[in-house]
Design a protein. Structure first.
Length: 98
């Protein structure tokens, strides 16, 4: 009977280890997805802010009367997104440990 109890405790510990590994892998996948979504948000947010600003119906926006106002807006949006992309590329990222 003592041997049976020891074997049962060993099986319980094995099951707990398997569940811990599963939980750790699920957390890693969630963190990876959140990291990806954060990067996408970081790159899209400047253009979203500019779009919101130009979407407001201001009466005194000189760019609206320019012949190349749209070109200015899209160049500004591309430049700001490129700057944010460069900032993102310069941020050191930790190496995943396995």
């Amino acid at each position: 009977f003592v041997q049976f109890v020891q074997d049962a405790k060993g099986q319980v510990r094995l099951c707990e280890n398997i569940m811990d590994d599963y939980d750790r892998n699920a957390a890693d996948q969630t963190n990876s997805m959140l990291n990806f979504l954060t990067i996408i948000t970081f790159l899209v947010m400047p253009t979203q802010i500019l779009t919101g600003l130009y979407g407001m119906n201001f009466t005194h926006m000189p760019e609206l009367g320019w012949a190349y106002g749209y070109h200015f807006f899209f160049s500004l949006a591309a430049a700001v997104t490129l700057i944010f992309l460069i900032i993102l590329a310069c941020i050191p990222r930790p190496r995943p440990h396995r």
